[in-house]
Structures are given as C-alpha cells and as structure tokens.
Design a protein. Structure first.
Length: 588
C-alpha cells in the first residue's frame, strides 16, 4: 500500500512531463481539432450502426425489409469508413510533424549544450535518444493518443445506450471492469520498468556500435575483434532478455483480456437468451446488445494497449526532457569583441573536472598581442585544459581570463570564438569534400580564389590538385582517406580561411614524420604571422622562436621567460629541453 502511495505522485509528474514534451513541439492545433472531430464522427457512426441493426432485425422478424433502415445503415457504414480514413491520415501527419519538431528541438539543443554534457554521455546514447526514443513518442501519437479519447467516448456512449436497452444486463457486464483494471495496473507498472531498462540498454548498445565502428581500424590493428564480439554479444543478450520480459508481460496480458472478454460474451449471450425467451428483450435488442458489447470490448483493448505503450513513452520522455532541460551554453550576452590587439591576462585561474581532479591551480601569466607564447610542461600538467578554457568549453572553478580589462565570458560566445583559430594534433575533418572542410564554419560565400590562396599558404594546394577530383575529393569519415600531414595542412588552410586574430596550436606537428613536419611547420609560420599565438609544442624549433615560454607543472606556472632565460634558470625546462626537444647536453 505504501509503495502505491509513493509511486502515484511520480506517475502524475511523468504524465505532466509527457504533455509538456508534446506541447513544446508546437503541434498543429487546428489539424488536431480536425482529427478529433472526424474521430468523434467515426465514433458516433459506429454507435449508430448497432441501433439500426436492432431495427433491421426486429423488422425482418416481424414483416418485410424496410428500405429506409437499410439506407441509413449503409450511410452509417460509409460515414464511419470515410471519417476513419481521413482521421487516420491526418493523425499520421500530426504524429510525423510532432516527432519532426521534437527531433529538430533536440538537434538544436544538442548543438548548444556545453562540452561537459558530452564528456558524461557517449555519442551513441545521444543518437539513441534522437532516433529510438522519439520513435516511441511518435508511435504513441499516431497509434494510441486519439484512439484513447475516442475509446472513452465509445465506451461511455455504448454503456449509456446499453443502460437504456437493458440496465440489468449492463450491470452484469460492467462487473468485469474492476477485474480487468486490477489485472492491467500492476502489469503496466512492470512494463514501465522493463521499457525504461530496455531503452537504457538500447542506448548503451548503440553507443558500443558507434564507438567500435568509428574506431574499427584500432580494433583490427590490436586484434580486439574477439573482445568487441563478446561486448556486442553481451549487449545483444541483454536486449534479448529485456525483449523476453516484455513478451512475458504481453503473453500474460493478452490471454487474460481475451478470457475476460469471452467470459463476458458467454454470460451476456446466455443471460440475454433467457431474457428474450421471457419476452423482456427482443431479438433485435439482443443483437444490438452484443454489438454494443464489442463496441466496449474493442476500445477496452485499445485502452490496454495505450496504457502499456504510455509506460514506454514515460521512460523515453524522462530521457528526452533530461536533454531539453539541460543547462545550455550562454549565447545571450550581446557584447561583441571589437579589439583583440590587447593582452590576454590569465589571472588566478583554477579548474577541476567534474570528477574532482584539480587540473589548474592559481595560474597567472599574460599573453602579449601579436606575439608567440609557447606553453610547455609534462603530460597532464593542464596545457590542453588551458586551451579549452580559452575556447570557453568549460567555466573556470576560480579566477578569470581577460582580454584587456574585460573578462572573456562578458563577450558574446559566438563573437569570441570567431576570434579564435584552433589547430590540434588530431586535425579533425568532417565527412565530405576537401572544399567543404576548408570552408567549414565560414558562413559567407567563399570564392575559388580565396579557397586556393588559403590552400597555397597551407602548402596543401599542390597535393589537392593531384587528387582525382581536386577540391571535390571526398575525405572519408574523420578524413581517413588522407594522410596525417594532408589532414593537418587542410586544418591549417581552414584556420587561414577563417582568418582568426588569436591562434591556438595544440602540438600541431607532433604526430608527423620529418618531411611532413617541415611542410606543416612552414604552413604554420604563414598562419602565425601577425597573430596572437599560443603554442603547445614538444618541438624545439617552435619553442626557441617563441617570444615567451610558460612552463606548466602539475597545474601551476613554475616559470615564464624566453628559451635562453629558462635554460639558465629553470631545472624542469632544462630537462624537457634535453629529453623532449632532443638537445645535446653540451649545448646547455
């Protein structure tokens, strides 16, 4: 008893959340009203048919056929069929429209979610929410939602007519309803838990598939097929088990409902036969009673399906609302960046990830405009995290970053990121052509001359021209059809075309061979010219030429100066220069 009391408010909240989710999609209200009207016409016509059938049976049993009764009966059938056809199509349109709007809202929401959300949720899980969970919502709308209302109207109308025909037989029939309710309710609660678990398992399985297929070369190169086969088999087995549990509920529910319906039908026919024999009921009224009984039985079956399906929808709603109500990046600030020719001050900057690990601790230094600042330090010292904070992927735990005297979070986010150009070691490319990747993120029209100039400055034009389709060559998923050096040069061309005022290079040459490195380094020199540049590098050539070098050690700044100054005064930098930059001990 206590369990039911505790679960009841939750169910109300879930129902409200479902309705709130639907209203957020701005469903076409006039079309829904039209569907309801047509459904009511269909329901009304279905209620008329048994009544005309009663008259027809009584007339046949007494005298000749009445043509007007036959005409009305045929008209009711035609009206019922036409209204059902139109309402079904319109309802399908509403369902497709709602789910399209829902997916559009989810997609737009995902694009403005902060990076920490994606740190916590695997991409495959999010894909499952966008596809599988929204499909469940569509099924509810298209298949069950309107039928829920028409079923209630049909049941109420049929019961009212049956009470008028014979209230005693109607009360006998209604005695089965509490029994059906006691059967459906606990099974529905179990169905909700199973459905929620099934959706979670499907999301996890989709995440596994996405991860393995994206990194299939890693899987094969490390002979990990057996391991991933076992992981996939385990996911498939879990889905199979959930499917069996769902089937078990259906296998119990369907026969029970059928048994109750058949038992009710046998009782009504038997009791009705006695009533006809005593003259209390005519043959036509008994036929009408049985037809109206089906008008109640069928909607009850639909209601049972609706309540079973709504349990699935509640689990999907919970996940979807979790995405839609998640905190977004702040795009509301209107202040635009007007002058980047100012120092960037990192003041008492601290940061810890949600896991609680402190990555940066009271970091202080300045980045001079138009100069090159190199950031060096052992792995895990917080270099890339510092870049993420500059990009405003994360909010600092303490301290601030300023452009001049203005904190960077006081600027419009889009305007701030327009000032930044980021070239990383991974050089991520999108599936598509080289042309699309170089011009990625640039909203204005790009001329062929601009594209070529950017590619030439990135030392990419020559190899692009040698490809079969030139700039229209497909790069494959994540740029897999190109070499590492080619991907890096396209990433540099993309940054050149963007023409950023502040450039961030994250170990942009560390993964390249010596030949590719020289070409890419020349391209980077073109890119760095006349720009405020921050460099994370393990290459001596870049660090030696930097105007300033910042040494990060365990999240703290332990030295700032030029290459020569740090060689003389900073022990860790000397060690890095010896081992990572491959300097001879004698040069020290």
């Amino acid at each position: 008893m206590n369990t039911e009391t505790q679960q009841q408010p939750v169910r109300k909240d879930q129902w409200r959340a479902f309705l709130r989710l639907i209203t957020r999609t701005n469903p076409p209200k006039l079309l829904i009203a039209g569907v309801l009207i047509l459904s009511l016409i269909n329901t009304g016509a279905s209620l008329i048919v048994p009544w005309f059938t009663k008259n027809l049976v009584d007339v046949v049993s007494v005298s000749a056929l009445n043509k007007s009764v036959i005409f009305l009966l045929i008209s009711a059938f035609l009206l019922q069929g036409a209204s059902a056809a139109f309402s079904h199509y319109m309802l399908s349109f509403v369902g497709q429209k709602v789910v399209a709007n829902l997916r559009r809202r989810l997609w737009h929401k995902l694009l403005v979610l902060p990076i920490p959300y994606f740190d916590k949720h695997r991409s495959g899980e999010t894909i499952s929410r966008m596809t599988s969970d929204t499909g469940i919502i569509k099924e509810i709308i298209v298949t069950h939602l309107i039928s829920f209302f028409t079923s209630i109207i049909s049941i109420i109308g049929s019961v009212a007519i049956l009470l008028f025909l014979d209230w005693q037989m109607t009360l006998v029939m209604l005695s089965a309803i509490p029994i059906a309710f006691l059967v459906i309710r606990p099974l529905g609660r179990k169905m909700y838990l199973i459905s929620k678990g099934l959706q979670d398992e499907m999301a996890s399985f989709t995440a596994l598939l996405t991860q393995v297929l994206q990194e299939i070369r890693l899987v094969k190169s490390f002979n990990a097929e057996r391991r991933e086969k076992e992981n996939g088999d385990q996911g498939i087995q879990h889905l199979f088990q959930y499917g069996l549990r769902e089937a078990k509920i259906h296998s119990i529910l369907a026969p029970l409902m059928t048994f109750l319906m058949m038992a009710m039908l046998v009782v009504i026919i038997g009791y009705g036969g006695v009533r006809v024999a005593t003259g209390a009921l005519s043959a036509g009224e008994l036929v009408a009673f049985i037809l109206y009984l089906f008008q109640i039985i069928m909607p009850f079956g639909q209601l049972a399906q609706f309540f079973t399906s709504i349990q699935k929808a509640m689990g999907a709603t919970e996940r979807l609302m979790g995405i839609l109500e998640h905190e977004e990046e702040d795009h509301a600030v209107q202040t635009l960046v007007e002058n980047t020719a100012q120092p960037i001050g990192v003041e008492s900057l601290s940061f810890a990830y949600q896991t609680g690990d402190q990555v940066l601790n009271n970091v202080n230094f300045s980045i001079l405009p138009g100069k090159v600042t190199a950031i060096v330090g052992p792995s895990g010292s917080g270099k890339t995290t510092l870049f993420s904070l500059l990009e405003r992927f994360y909010l600092p735990s303490g301290g601030t970053i300023r452009l001049g005297d203005t904190p960077i979070d006081s600027f419009n986010l889009q305007s701030w990121r327009e000032q930044l150009g980021y070239v990383s070691q991974e050089s991520p490319l999108m599936a598509g052509t080289i042309r699309e990747n170089i011009s990625y993120g640039v909203e204005r029209e790009i001329t062929p001359e601009e594209l070529r100039q950017a590619a030439e400055m990135a030392y990419a034009h020559h190899f692009i021209e040698e490809l079969p389709n030139g700039y229209d060559t497909e790069v494959g998923e994540r740029g897999i059809m190109l070499s590492g050096g080619q991907r890096q040069r396209i990433a540099i061309a993309r940054a050149l075309l963007r023409n950023p005022n502040i450039l961030m290079l994250d170990e942009a040459t560390s993964a390249l061979d010596s030949t590719s490195e020289k070409v890419v380094q020349d391209a980077l020199n073109n890119l760095m010219r006349h720009r405020t540049t921050l460099v994370i590098a393990h290459r001596l050539s870049t660090v030696v030429d930097a105007d300033q070098i910042v040494v990060l050690e365990k999240g703290r700044v332990t030295g700032v100066g030029t290459h020569e100054e740090l060689l003389e005064s900073h022990e860790l930098y000397r060690e890095l220069a010896t081992h990572q930059f491959q300097l001879e001990e004698t040069t020290l």
